[in-house]
Write a protein that binds this ligand. Structure first.
Ligand SMILES: Nc1ncnc2c1ncn2[C@@H]1O[C@H](COP(=O)(O)OP(=O)(O)OP(=O)(O)O)[C@@H](O)[C@H]1O
Ligand code: SF4
Ligand SMILES: [Mg+2]
Length: 370
């Protein structure tokens, strides 16, 4: 098995204790063909390792952005954090107590407290809202689930407050999701996520389905809520301009592993890992027309970088450093030895032999304005 993948140094000071901490978390999906086919073809079972031994910690009030190409394991990792996917290995801790993982049996009270405290917002607000329910019922559901003894009047009052906090009207609770625009629907998702007063909101591409101007409004709302409520975010995005705008710390993921972890400024001013440098090189130039831009992967202008080479088959991950077939700095060591995250100073960590050997210069230009 590859060595562990530590994105944040272990915290010893109890005051610095992470809100959520992952230790050597992995997830393998069984992608074997059906039994009969396997038997006839004498084919072995196949496992796809979507997350590979990740350690990370999110502190209270911190926005941690997770970036990387499609299929590198971002959503799987996010779903493990909120308990929507079971990890195959490792442990997830909430406020110091083991919550999920192999051999972990958290008590009901801890589970209830942690679930209320960690909510998730998805990319497509329409698909994540029940179209048959009125907005009031959608936002009220987690409030009632957390406290069944609460009176109807008090639930209605809380729903009205939440809708107003996300920029909607209290009267909107009588409408259905289809009566709202995409940006408004994402506001409803945010109101629902806030209903249980969470400490962490996991956001999986929350604005990538929205128009650019609406994206900015939703991002500003999220930044404002963070300020007012001290929220922490785990924020997944393909769009490095959005990450530059919102993150305190950035994690770069490649084939299930964290390959670079740095405070936002350090990452954009001095990216170290060759893969991070490749992602930054592919960021669209704001002066070029969006649909013709090299960074506009699918012509939608959503800001996803388009890279010169393809991610390897996740069922056939290269030995050593998974990035070596695409890397201009690869040498013989890279083909056999998996690099671990090493501290390069100022809370900046990189998993790359060439960086450790001093063969890669930091990328000093900030490619995104601001
Ligand atoms: N339920 C599943 N069964 C089998 N394979 C899965 C499952 N869910 C995810 N995978 C695989 O795990 C890998 C990581 O998927 P994941 O959705 O986490 O990637 P991602 O980084 O979120 O990608 P995107 O940016 O496209 O959303 C991919 O190869 C994907 O095909
Ligand atoms: S370890 Fe080797 S192959 Fe991997 S990124 Fe660094 S130089 Fe490239
Ligand atoms: Mg995803």
């Amino acid at each position: 098995m590859a060595p562990p993948n530590v994105a944040t140094p272990r915290m010893r000071d109890p005051d610095e204790r992470a809100l959520v901490e992952l230790e050597r978390v992995s997830k393998s999906f069984d992608v074997s063909p059906p039994w009969l086919e396997r038997t006839l073809q004498r084919a072995p079972r196949r496992a796809l390792r979507a997350v590979d031994g990740v350690d990370l910690a999110i502190r209270r009030g911190e926005t941690v952005a997770l970036v990387g190409e499609s299929g590198c394991g971002k959503s799987t990792l996010a779903r493990i954090v909120v308990g929507l996917v079971d990890a195959s290995g490792g442990v997830v801790r909430y406020d110091g107590s083991p919550l999920y993982g192999a051999g972990v049996a958290a008590d009901a009270a801890t589970l209830r407290r942690a679930r209320a405290s960690m909510q998730m917002i998805f990319q497509d607000p329409y698909a994540s809202l029940n179209p048959r329910w009125r907005v009031g019922a959608i936002v009220a559901e987690p409030i009632v689930a957390a406290d069944r003894s609460r009176s109807r009047a008090s639930v209605a009052e809380r729903v009205a407050t939440l809708l107003e906090q996300v920029g909607l009207a209290a009267a909107d609770r009588h409408k259905y999701p289809h009566q709202f625009s995409g940006g408004q629907r994402q506001r409803i998702s945010i109101a629902r996520a806030l209903a249980t007063a969470p400490a962490l909101v996991v956001c999986d591409e929350p604005t990538s389905a929205l128009d650019v101007s609406v994206q900015a409004q939703v991002l500003n709302l999220m930044a404002d809520l963070k300020e007012r409520r001290g929220l922490a975010y785990l924020f997944i995005s393909h769009n490095l301009a959005v990450v530059h705008h919102i993150a305190d710390r950035v994690l770069v993921m490649y084939l299930g592993r964290i390959v670079e972890s740095a405070p936002r400024r350090a990452l954009f001013a001095a990216a170290r890992h060759p893969y991070t440098q490749m992602l930054l090189d592919a960021v669209p130039d704001p002066l070029r027309p969006k649909s013709r831009d090299a960074g506009d992967a699918d012509g939608t202008g959503n800001g996803a970088p388009r890279l010169a080479s393809e991610l390897p088959d996740p069922l056939d991950v290269p030995a050593g450093c998974g990035f070596h077939p695409r890397c201009a700095f690869a040498n013989a060591r890279c083909r056999v030895e998996t690099p671990v995250l090493l501290d390069v100073g100022d809370a900046h960590r990189v998993a790359c032999h060439a960086v450790a050997e001093g063969r890669v210069a930091p990328r000093v230009a900030i490619p995104i304005a601001g």
